[in-house]
Design a protein around this ligand. Structure first.
Ligand code: TRP
Ligand code: SF4
Length: 404
């Protein structure tokens, strides 16, 4: 795998937070399940990232890792389609992190918005640590280690993908300059054959002189489809397009995860810290109890007081789960007090329970067989390590560390 194929690769990670809920499902997990059929996907548990903020309480991390993995599998993330692994099982993440740290200006890390924000938010913790400052760099190592072209993340993580791009660019600039790079690149152009060489040269010119991004994409595709030149030459041609040296670590792109429409039980965003969640492995009776006790439009004190769905968190659940017919029934029945709030909640209770049935069935298989989960992770971590090793060989080589 070289920078040339990175557009096909997706990588994403999650810190181990324990059991997941419907907010995770409707946001991240459904997206991963879709992506696993479209790309070569690597999904991993960022346990080292968890330690940056929970170093004083590491005992909870392991249980959280297994709980979270069971929920990924239960949600339909498929180890036959995607590679699932745990960060700390692939020590190359740490090696790349160290090597990248050599070229990372402190100011870049200090300026990442999450650095100060999180320190403010988690005031009770001492986050004036080296590990916490390096959080985004460790994340950059996670991404660059697999030469992933796409990184599905929420809006809060886009800045981390951005700094990853800057670090890749700097790395390629510093270490991608082999002696005689330009001559080698020019020679590689000739090797493509007359027609392709001419097209490459004109596209490159359009990009470097006019900033034409379309031309860059076309040229990259052109390089990719060449059959008669070596991988080294392909990388030179890729790098030459953007002016630097060889592309050793390709720049990834954030693939913004669509914001989850799943509201919490109180109408705010569903989140553990708001205590308004329905877990993927919530007992059906608990699902029922939680929805039945949800607050509704405060105007409906008595059964015959009319209400307004716009002021009611239950309506937001109908927006996620109900058909147009049911929604019309709610609108009408709420506004003219034709239905009671418990009637109104019935279809939502049924829909959530129905959604959770296949998820919980799958979860049970894994709960009953913890060794199966462990073997999935051992295998995934092995496979991830193979991919990681390829990158590290190139990285060590350009940094003068291959001692061959
Ligand atoms: N920082 C991410 C989060 O909090 C988790 C993460 C770690 C990650 N490494 C990553 C996400 C690499 C994408 C790619 O959600
Ligand atoms: Fe909310 Fe439904 Fe009650 Fe209206 S009828 S207030 S939408 S629960």
């Amino acid at each position: 795998m070289s920078s040339v194929d990175s557009q096909q690769r997706v990588l994403s990670g999650m810190r181990p937070t324990g059991k997941l809920h419907l907010g995770h499902y409707h946001g991240v997990l459904k997206n991963w399940v879709k992506l696993q059929h479209e790309y070569e996907c690597f999904f991993f548990v960022a346990d080292w990232h968890a330690l940056t903020t929970h170093y004083d309480d590491p005992s909870i991390i392991e249980a959280s890792v297994w709980d979270m993995l069971i929920d990924w599998l239960a949600a339909g993330v498929n180890p036959g389609s995607a590679t699932l692994f745990v960060q700390s099982k692939v020590p190359e993440h740490a090696e790349l992190h160290t090597l990248l740290s050599m070229i990372t200006p402190l100011g870049w890390l200090e300026r990442v918005p999450t650095y100060k924000d999180q320190q403010e938010k988690l005031k009770e913790k001492d986050l004036a640590t080296y590990g916490f400052l390096g959080y985004p760099l460790l994340q950059s190592a996670d991404i660059l280690l697999y030469r992933a072209g796409h990184v599905p993340v929420g809006a809060d993580q886009v800045a981390h993908v951005e700094i990853t791009r800057e670090i890749a660019r700097r790395f390629n600039h510093v270490f991608g300059r082999e002696p005689g790079f330009e001559e080698n690149a020019e020679a590689a152009i000739k090797k493509m054959g007359k027609k392709a060489a001419k097209l490459y040269a004109s596209l490159r010119k359009r990009y470097t002189e006019e900033g034409d991004g379309e031309a860059l994409l076309t040229a990259q595709a052109l390089v990719k489809e060449q059959q008669n030149i070596t991988l080294g030459d392909k990388e030179r041609l890729m790098g030459y397009l953007e002016g630097g040296g060889k592309v050793i670590l390709p720049e990834p792109q954030a693939l913004l995860t669509p914001e989850s429409k799943m509201p919490g039980l109180d109408g705010q965003k569903m989140s553990k810290s708001y205590n308004n969640t329905i877990a993927l492995r919530e007992e059906p009776s608990e699902v029922e109890r939680k929805i039945r006790t949800m607050r509704t439009d405060p105007a409906r004190v008595r059964r015959d007081d009319p209400g307004n769905p716009d002021n009611c968190p239950v309506w937001q659940l109908h927006e996620v789960y109900s058909t147009d017919d049911v929604k019309a029934w709610v609108q009408e029945g709420c506004r003219n007090a034709g239905i009671g709030c418990l009637d109104c909640k019935g279809p939502v209770i049924d829909a959530v329970k129905a959604e959770l049935i296949p998820i919980q069935d799958r979860a049970r298989q894994y709960e009953d067989n913890p060794d199966l989960v462990k073997s999935i992770i051992m295998e995934g971590s092995e496979a991830a390590r193979e991919a990681a090793k390829t990158t590290m060989e190139d990285v060590r080589h350009v940094m003068g560390l291959s001692y061959r």
